[in-house]
Design a protein around this ligand. Structure first.
Ligand SMILES: [Zn+2]
Length: 416
């Protein structure tokens, strides 16, 4: 049955791509709401437009950044058929270089907690049927911890994506929000491999925790003035004194806070779990990085992420960290190495990061999910290739590498 369905879908896709006139569109609806406009970005020397959907041969035109286009068909994986707004030229392009002109998620420079909240509100207003928002707790400095659910909340399968456990890695919350918006924009016209986005997300709900550690991110972006609690400001100063005295830092206070990894209590959230809690501890008190906390799950940010994980029972978890363009996928103690071998091969064929060797338990989130009862495949992407926090020029490459990760993970969950 599944094979038959795939054959039908493949024929349908072939028909759409090569005989678009045979596909009937609802023209009255199109008249009411004009087709959205997209613009070219991140193209470097320009985006090639091809007459052939294989995106090969001689290009019909090269569109510089900020050229306006409309999408006529697709996207199908990376492929979209477009019309250039000014000239009327039609052809095929790599859709990763297109962004919708009225996109909501729009600032990859310093993406703050406040921008995240605003974007969540606007996305929910624009896509009320497709996006569900949960507040799953509060950070130690009183910021909301969000879970965003894309697609059918009672779907038989679910996947989980999270970003921003480590404060200074704050490019990744922006990345996952842009991934989310892209899935919403193309919900009714996009295909990944044989499945339409609608079919995928009807069957696989996507749970996104876009900013696990909002306080730490505010510290890294704006320093101690970002904190609301005077006691937590004192904690930061005590951390700095400790890290100076133990020679864990020689930076100025300002640079030290920009390189902050922990939450606002000086706990490294990716050391705050079991198994391996405190095993490799080299830090005896709160610090900008590496301190595990007083007990497993002592921090509300990890309690919240843990609860989301247990409640949605994901078959796949994507973890976003930075930096190095490498991928962690396994631990020595993992119960799920066998199923994760195939999955990690699949994901690394899409995102060509270097595979890292398996480490031993150190109280990380990966240690925790691989020791749980729920069989899970997971991969940790370490985005970017310079020290955190990043400069602006890192993002275009990260986007091109990761723009289809959600669709790919959902497709894997659906077909396995
Ligand atoms: Zn990290």
């Amino acid at each position: 049955m599944k094979l038959l369905k795939r054959v039908i879908l493949t024929v349908t896709l072939f028909t759409i791509l090569f005989f678009p006139a045979s596909v009937s569109f609802n023209t009255s609806a199109a008249e009411e709401s004009p087709a959205p406009v997209y613009y070219v970005r991140f193209s470097g020397t320009g985006l090639n437009v091809y007459g052939d959907p294989s995106l090969s041969g001689e290009s019909l035109a090269i569109l510089p950044d900020d050229t306006y286009v409309q999408i006529l068909l697709g996207p199908l994986d990376f492929l979209a058929k477009i019309r250039v707004y000014d000239t009327g030229l039609e052809g095929y392009v790599d859709m990763r270089y297109l962004k919708r002109l009225d996109a909501i998620v729009y600032d990859y420079d310093i993406y703050t907690y406040e921008e995240l909240e605003e974007d969540i509100t606007k996305l929910q207003e624009r896509y009320p049927e497709l996006l569900h928002v949960n507040v799953t707790g509060q950070s130690v400095d009183g910021r909301n911890l969000y879970e965003l659910v894309l697609g059918n909340q009672s779907a038989p399968e679910s996947i989980l994506i999270h970003a921003g456990i480590h404060a200074r890695e704050h490019v990744n919350p922006y990345l996952v929000m842009e991934q989310l918006e892209q899935c919403l924009i193309y919900y009714d016209c996009g295909y990944f491999h044989e499945q339409s986005y609608r079919e995928l997300f009807d069957n696989v709900s996507v749970h996104i925790v876009p900013m696990v550690n909002p306080d730490g991110i505010a510290i890294s972006q704006y320093g101690e003035g970002a904190l609301r609690s005077p006691e937590l400001v004192e904690t930061l100063r005590a951390c700095y004194a400790y890290d100076l005295s133990t020679r864990r830092t020689r930076s100025t206070y300002e640079n030290y806070l920009a390189r902050w990894k922990a939450n606002a209590r000086g706990v490294d959230l990716n050391r705050n779990l079991l198994p391996g809690f405190g095993v490799n501890s080299k830090v005896s008190q709160p610090s900008y990085m590496g301190y595990e906390g007083t007990a497993p799950f002592s921090e509300p940010e990890m309690l919240s992420l843990g609860a989301v994980t247990l409640l949605c029972e994901p078959s796949i978890i994507i973890n976003y960290h930075s930096m190095g363009e490498v991928a962690y996928w396994n631990t020595v103690e993992s119960r799920y190495t066998a199923i994760n071998t195939e999955f990690s091969n699949y994901m690394l064929s899409l995102v060509p990061y270097q595979r890292m060797r398996s480490g031993t338990a150190s109280g990380s989130y990966l240690d925790w999910i691989y020791s749980g009862e729920n069989p899970v495949c997971s991969i940790t992407f370490e985005t970017g290739n310079v020290e955190c926090p990043f400069t602006l020029d890192q993002y275009p490459k990260i986007w091109i590498q990761h723009s289809l990760v959600v669709q790919a993970a959902a497709a894997y969950a659906y077909t396995h």
